[in-house]
Design a protein around this ligand. Structure first.
Ligand SMILES: *[C@@H]1O[C@H](CO)[C@@H](O)[C@H](O)[C@H]1NC(C)=O
Ligand SMILES: *[C@@H]1O[C@H](CO)[C@@H](O)[C@H](O)[C@H]1NC(C)=O
Ligand SMILES: *[C@@H]1O[C@H](CO)[C@@H](O)[C@H](O)[C@H]1NC(C)=O
Length: 415
């Protein structure tokens, strides 16, 4: 059953915002005006604002006023309040045995802002974009977008594609089939970032098409990105593009595309707590799958939160199916003074160290044509420089297919 709700755009609030800008800055610099206008487009009028202890403002925005509806193709869109189908399978719901030796305690993860309030139903929580956030970007237009291609291309014959502008990966992947989704439980850490223009993330990639200018990608996981958020907190994020990170797509809700239905989880908000070395371990589950009926790509966080969906029309290849799934870490190595960055991936420790020390992905699964979750076949691994960041796969009955990944970056063997 889907609940039909028609969508009306409210232009009044934008006009008020724009008028305010013009009246209150006597001689606004061109850039300042541009930034204000962009903020007025991004930050929708809210019914309530929750102040988070990390300095974020979480706006509770009426579901019909979210950024998605700025998209011309979504003007008459009927929001789907739930998916038609949900994938089923072995690790479909959590079957973690608590207390067994290898298992982390099944620690619930929340978002930091939850300590200070809730959004009313009928609204969605959106992290408010600050002026400083936009000013840190190279341009207003680039704000919220990746600067470079961000997937790994295993066994690429093209060196430019392998070492893409300092991006380094340690991933597991599958290819050569049609995929309709992927799932993983991802250990959560707060890796140290050496330079503010670098980032460290751990995510799932759902990729469609050949690795050309029209690559389609849906991405979700956690990241630390001082450039994007202005701090070193670990944050839940999503990304999408239908042209290899060029003109389409963005992080979170920073452009129109993703339609959020959930009132409890804010994209881009800090995850808390995070794991400690030889200490408590925390993980999050992420599932992305294609609704066989409408063709939209849905995302679920944990076992309880269906966040929303990317409408099928945003994509070309992914409107059919995905051709490759990747799981793992990525960092930017900006190579200051010819030295490898000491930006960490995962926990900052190599896979050999194992549970409680190295970061992991466990119960990695793919969704097949019949909407079943199943174990991936023929898992490959890839890393540009295994002395900097590495990956090691394994499988057992509790964790299904899993891998440890990451590393410290710069060290004696990674100068
Ligand atoms: C939206 O619906 C109106 C009225 O039915 C119609 O005139 C208009 O063309 C539709 N717009 C789009 C983008 O589908
Ligand atoms: C983030 O971490 C870096 C290095 O670890 C530090 O230099 C910087 O001050 C931190 N930034 C913030 C906003 O805390
Ligand atoms: C990537 O670049 C590093 C350092 O420049 C080099 O050592 C490494 O071999 C390159 N990796 C590949 C797969 O070309």
């Amino acid at each position: 059953m889907k609940m039909g709700v028609s969508v009306k755009l409210v232009g009044f609030a934008f006009l008020v915002g724009f008028f305010f800008t013009v009246v209150h800055s006597a001689i606004p610099s061109r850039q300042k005006l541009q930034v204000r206008k962009h903020l007025n487009r991004l930050n929708k009028p809210s019914v309530k604002t929750i102040l988070s202890s990390d300095g974020d403002k979480i706006d509770c925005v009426p579901i019909h006023h979210q950024p998605a509806f700025d998209h011309p193709f979504l003007k008459n869109h009927t929001i789907q309040m739930r998916p038609n189908y949900h994938p089923e399978g072995l690790f479909g719901e959590s079957k973690v045995k608590v207390g067994s030796k290898q298992e982390p305690r099944s620690n619930p993860i929340t978002q930091l802002w939850h300590a200070n309030g809730k959004c009313p139903s009928g609204t969605i929580p959106i992290r408010r974009t600050k002026e400083e956030d936009v000013l840190r970007a190279s341009s207003v237009k680039r704000y919220g977008r990746k600067k470079h291609r961000s997937f790994a291309k295993p066994r690429s014959p093209d060196p430019d594609l392998v070492n893409q502008s300092g991006h380094q990966h340690a991933i597991a992947y599958v290819e050569g089939d049609k995929y309709y989704g992927a799932k993983a439980t991802i250990n959560v850490w707060e890796p140290r970032i050496q330079q503010p223009n670098e980032f460290s993330l751990s995510q799932i990639w759902i990729l469609g098409g050949s690795f050309g200018e029209d690559l389609n990608s849906i991405e979700a996981g956690w990241q630390v990105s001082p450039d994007l958020y202005g701090d070193n907190n670990t944050r839940l994020f999503t990304y999408w593009t239908s042209d290899a990170y060029q003109a389409t797509g963005c992080y979170n809700l920073l452009c129109s595309g993703f339609i959020q239905i959930n009132s409890e989880i804010a994209m881009g908000a800090s995850i808390s707590p995070v794991s400690g070395y030889r200490s408590s371990q925390y993980d999050i589950s992420i599932l992305v799958w294609k609704d066989p009926k409408e063709g939209n790509w849905w995302m679920q966080f944990g076992n309880d939160y269906v966040l929303g969906y990317w409408p099928s029309f945003l994509f070309s290849y992914l409107s059919e199916s995905a051709s490759m799934i990747e799981w793992g870490g990525e960092v930017v190595n900006s190579e200051v003074d010819g030295q490898h960055t000491s930006t960490q991936m995962g926990s900052g420790h190599f896979p050999e160290e194992g549970f409680g020390k190295a970061s992991y992905f466990r119960n990695i699964q793919v969704v097949d044509e019949s909407n079943n979750l199943k174990a991936p076949k023929d898992i490959g691994t890839f890393t540009e420089q295994s002395n900097c960041y590495d990956v090691q796969t394994g499988s057992n009955s509790d964790w299904g297919h899993f891998f440890y990944y990451g590393g410290p970056g710069r060290n004696g063997n990674c100068p």
